[in-house]
Design a protein around this ligand. Structure first.
Ligand code: NAP
Length: 227
């Protein structure tokens, strides 16, 4: 008997997270869509589980865990994120740098820590962190963006450790750079990749992931990227 797989996605208010929810729902998955502000659920609500989850709020993780209990989660997508920081040396906004670390780095760790048993109880057992090539030190040829780069490099370090720690439970963890995507976060006008295309490509890659790929960094087409 095949059961409908379940995906939990953070940051479905707009952008890449919302498109992930739409596509998985259209594909027949059971979708647990989470929103920084549940009021943003809007027309995405129909037929999906929708929940409040600001990834900087520990109490909201506890409430969501209580709500979904032991439901198996085949795919956990850590998508919620903020950036870019465009301020220069001498004019840095340190509160925003700290906020980026809270949202982009600490939030995803808490997400996996909270729901790892749900993932372990599922059939597919996959975790995807939407990261950025801006977090790659090897690919950093233009400097700046201190907060965003470090938040995504930190995210990659955390996910790599999680891949090692969760390997014995059969869980595969990967980090994916979605491309430069035409969302509000990507700067909709100049971005090269339509959000529908980025998400479809990431989904295709994730559907054929093998456990030997755990702990690695890829772009949205499944091409490995350097750290
Ligand atoms: N677009 C690109 O070119 C690009 C490139 C590389 C990496 N990424 C990464 O892709 C992911 C999605 O980005 P995007 O382009 O879709 O950006 P976006 O359009 O700005 O969407 C970001 C999403 O994260 C949510 N969010 C922000 N703070 C949150 C919090 N504290 N708790 C829960 N959700 C929160 C936002 O909700 P609200 O809008 O309601 O705040 C929104 O749903 C991010 O991790 C980003 O770093 C994007």
């Amino acid at each position: 008997m095949t059961t409908t797989p379940t995906v939990l996605i953070t940051g479905c208010d707009i952008g890449i997270g919302r498109e992930f929810a739409r596509q998985y729902h259209a594909d027949g998955w059971s979708v647990i869509a989470t929103f920084r502000d549940l009021a943003n659920a809007g027309d995405l609500a129909e037929g999906m589980g929708r929940f409040q989850l600001d990834v900087t709020e520990p109490a909201q993780f506890e409430a969501l865990k209580k709500n979904i209990g032991d439901t198996p989660i085949d795919l956990l997508v850590s998508n919620a994120g903020i950036g870019l920081d465009i301020r220069k040396l001498g004019d840095l906004d340190y509160d925003y740098v700290r906020r980026m670390l809270e949202v982009n780095t600490v939030g995803p760790l808490r997400l996996v820590d909270t729901f790892r048993d749900n993932v372990a109880a599922s059939r597919h057992r996959r975790i995807v962190a939407v990261t950025s090539r801006m977090g790659s030190i090897a690919l950093n040829l233009s400097g700046g963006h201190y907060g965003y780069r470090s938040s995504k490099a930190g995210l990659n370090a955390i996910m790599h450790s999680l891949a090692i720690d969760l390997f014995p439970r059969g869980i595969t963890v990967v980090m994916i750079h979605p491309g430069w995507v035409d969302t509000a976060g990507g700067g909709a006008e100049q971005a090269a990749v339509p959000v529908e295309e980025s998400v479809a490509s990431m989904r295709k890659f994730v559907s054929r992931l093998g456990s030997h790929e755990t702990g690695q960094l890829f772009d949205y087409k499944g091409i490995p990227l350097p750290w």
